[in-house]
Design a protein around this ligand. Structure first.
Ligand SMILES: Cc1ncc(COP(=O)(O)O)c(C=O)c1O
Length: 359
């Protein structure tokens, strides 16, 4: 068996220890004689899995008691609609457009009410985070929406926007559990899990209880109502059981590593190895304004499309895979989530140095 260094933006690298544990338990989960895939979601064994997963996540993120944790199917995209359907009481919301995912969420919200783009960095291909200290927040906005870490462009909000008292809603899909967060600053924070947490097919929504009401937009499908999931502890219907089980394993792995402070230090160290090299290289350069750089997704280019393609080809052959940048940015992107070991980043930089010497 040989494992590659997988720099995919998502679905992405998982901790090897977690994969091994899941493999060991595949045919017989803890003496039940069956796989978690074969188990009733109403069984005692699964009840323990989901309850522990929620508690471990609460411990890791220090989620206050007045927030609910919802394990919902459908990935982040379903939330692009669920958020306005559940939260647009005045039918007005403000969006900060820092990339394709924020823009898609914004467009989806326009179906349901008046969504305003109150800031954008599209003028420079989303390579920076706009100044959000004094935005024209709408007086009747139900919430202000951000995509906190922009997976495609490699930017991150290092300071949250001044929402002027309005509820902050944040998509943290690609920075989930990469560092500590103060959940109390948000009304709702959510992410698709397939980047930093687990396999694809689910989103985790962390929502303040007062935002969970029966008063949702007409025609909101039952499955999309937060209250349905909150009241049923995420067991309203058959959830993505195996995904919850895998996420739960990752939470336990994160706790064993020392929690989110430790992950933050590790992630910063990994990102520094790559950014320091990019800043000193004559061939490769980062595409993002320095103060807005993400420590999870690092896009870079050579400035020459053919050379980019040559690099990606040779890197793949050398075992550094999924480095191709998003089609809207071009070049390369290294996603260095929690499960990417620092050895992988160091090895990539060594490979880039060698490529630079030879080209
Ligand atoms: C920040 C962010 N939001 C949303 C999405 C869309 O997620 P999904 O495919 O789970 O709908 C992605 C990537 O896939 C993402 O990186």
């Amino acid at each position: 068996m040989s494992r590659v260094y997988n720099f995919s933006a998502g679905p992405a690298v998982m901790p090897e220890e977690v994969l091994r544990e899941a493999a060991d338990e595949m045919l017989d989960y803890q003496g039940t004689g069956m796989s978690v895939m074969e188990m009733s979601h109403r069984s005692k064994a699964f009840e323990k899995i989901i309850n522990e997963a929620e508690q471990d996540l609460r411990d890791l993120m220090q989620i206050p008691d007045n927030y609910k944790v919802l394990f919902m199917q459908g990935g982040a995209h379903l939330q692009f609609a669920a958020i306005p359907m559940n939260l647009m009481k005045n039918k007005v919301a403000d969006y900060i457009i820092t990339g394709q995912w924020a823009k898609k969420a914004f467009k989806e919200a326009q179906i349901y009410g008046k969504a305003n783009a109150i800031a954008s960095s599209e003028d420079e291909t989303f390579s920076y985070i706009p100044d959000c200290s004094d935005l024209p927040v709408s007086p009747d906005a139900d919430y202000v929406y951000i995509c906190e870490n922009n997976t495609i462009y490699g930017t991150k909000f290092h300071t949250l926007p001044n929402t002027k008292g309005k509820t902050l809603v944040s998509d943290i899909s690609s920075c989930f559990l990469s560092e500590p967060v103060d959940v109390s600053k948000y009304g709702l924070v959510y992410g698709g899990v397939q980047k930093n947490v687990g396999p694809a097919g689910m989103a985790i929504v962390i929502i303040r209880e007062d935002l969970i009401t029966e008063d949702v937009l007409p025609y909101t499908p039952t499955y999309m109502k937060y209250k349905i999931h909150a009241d049923a502890n995420s067991l309203y219907n058959t959830p993505n059981c195996y995904c919850i089980y895998m996420c739960g394993k990752v939470f336990k792995w994160l706790k064993k590593q020392g929690g989110l402070e430790v992950m933050k230090a590790r992630n910063e160290e990994k990102a520094k190895v790559l950014y320091d090299f990019l800043d000193s290289s004559k061939l490769f350069k980062g595409t993002v304004r320095k103060e807005d750089r993400s420590i999870m997704n690092v896009p870079f280019v050579t400035g020459d499309k053919d050379l980019d393609a040559k690099f990606i080809k040779e890197a793949t052959e050398a075992g550094f895979v999924n480095l191709k940048g998003h089609r809207t940015v071009g070049g390369m992107r290294a996603s260095i989530y929690n499960a990417m070991p620092i050895e992988g980043v160091r090895a990539l930089v060594e490979f880039m140095k060698k490529f630079e010497e030879e080209n």
